[in-house]
Design a protein around this ligand. Structure first.
Ligand SMILES: [Zn+2]
Length: 342
């Protein structure tokens, strides 16, 4: 019977890297990291850190795998897309196939003010695999308030950008972007995205994470670094100390944590709307038979899919739904109310 490889063998090449060494590797084993969002950047971050031997990884994602993800979301395969597996679950399964010696805690959930403490509490470092500024400001508020370091990472088109935030020591996201660059930001839905841009930013962020986790804090980059892999334009904005007038660092006003904001309704320009008004545990088998006469329906342990032209509803066990085929919340809500309940 085969056994898992000895830890000494598995990490031997990383331990040889003298900045990490045996002591650094031990620290990685004891490290607890949470990754928010497991799309392209989150997949790459999770893969790198899992292979590096970070002992505990929590992966939070609210979405499910689709065929259009496979070009860049490296933890997923065609079978995950066929089954519409939640990304957090698919990521945990994928990681277990190459490193069964670490703990992966998948959370199929939306990070919102009401869930931020329970989802982010108890971790040494928070990594950004999200696709929107709203969630990043929420992470930033939580991180500064609780003095937990986090690393911002984003990619769109060929462009990628990253910033490491050490609360109280370096500028936070709001020091640099007091307002979300609304209106001018392109998304991967409009500008497309190169998988190489994703891997670049994930490599930079994962390396900063390793530096932090092994105790090489002084080696961490103190700048906002951006790089376009296609045009090869790159820029570095020095970010050494927090800005006094920052509402988060200076004012300690955590407006995003206090946010009575309801769960995000829109899904990053995806012709989809998310419905999650309240916790509503759903019995998939019972609902399946009830929906049968009204369209096509199938379910597994993690999701129920219901097709009724021109809409496609994906329902999670806690009652959250993503409705594809509309960007109008009213249309999505009425569909939900009619077929799931109000
Ligand atoms: Zn700040």
């Amino acid at each position: 019977m085969e056994t898992a490889p000895a830890k000494e063998d598995r990490y031997s090449r990383q331990v040889l890297f003298k900045e990490i060494g045996a002591e650094g590797q031990k620290r990685l084993t004891e490290a607890r990291v949470v990754i928010v969002g497991c799309g392209a950047t989150g997949s790459a971050l999770a893969s790198l850190l899992a292979r590096s031997g970070v002992g505990t990884l929590r992966i939070i994602d609210r979405d499910y795998v689709e065929p259009s993800n496979l070009q860049r979301q490296s933890l997923f395969d065609e079978n995950d897309a066929r089954e519409s597996l939640p990304k957090a679950i698919a990521a945990a399964r994928s990681i277990a196939r190459f490193n069964s010696q670490i703990e992966v805690d998948p959370q199929v959930a939306d990070l919102i003010p009401a869930t931020v403490d329970s989802l982010l509490g108890g971790f040494h470092l928070i990594l950004d695999g999200t696709d929107n500024f709203e969630t990043r400001y929420l992470i930033n508020d939580y991180a500064v308030k609780n003095s937990v370091p986090w690393i911002y990472a984003a990619a769109v088109g060929g462009y990628s950008v990253t910033l490491s935030v050490l609360p109280g020591e370096t500028p936070c996201l709001a020091c640099i972007f007091p307002e979300s660059p609304r209106g001018t930001v392109e998304t991967c839905e409009t500008a497309g995205i190169l998988n190489s841009a994703v891997n670049l930013v994930a490599s930079l962020a994962a390396t900063e994470a390793l530096k932090f986790l092994v105790g090489a804090r002084s080696k961490m980059r103190r700048s906002l670094l951006s790089w376009d892999v296609w045009s090869d334009e790159h820029a570095e904005l020095t970010a050494v100390t927090p800005r006094d007038s920052c509402r988060v660092c200076g004012g300690r006003e955590f407006i995003h944590l206090a946010g009575t904001a309801r769960p995000h309704i829109t899904m990053c320009g995806r012709n989809s709307v998310q419905i999650h008004e309240r916790e509503r545990p759903v019995d998939f088998a019972e609902l399946s038979s009830r929906l049968q006469p009204h369209g096509n329906v199938r379910h597994n342990e993690f999701v129920l899919k219901f097709w009724r032209e021109p809409y496609e509803m994906t329902l999670f066990p806690d009652g959250r739904a993503i409705i594809k085929g509309t960007t109008d919340p009213a249309v999505a809500r009425s569909l939900y109310a009619r077929f799931v309940g109000s």
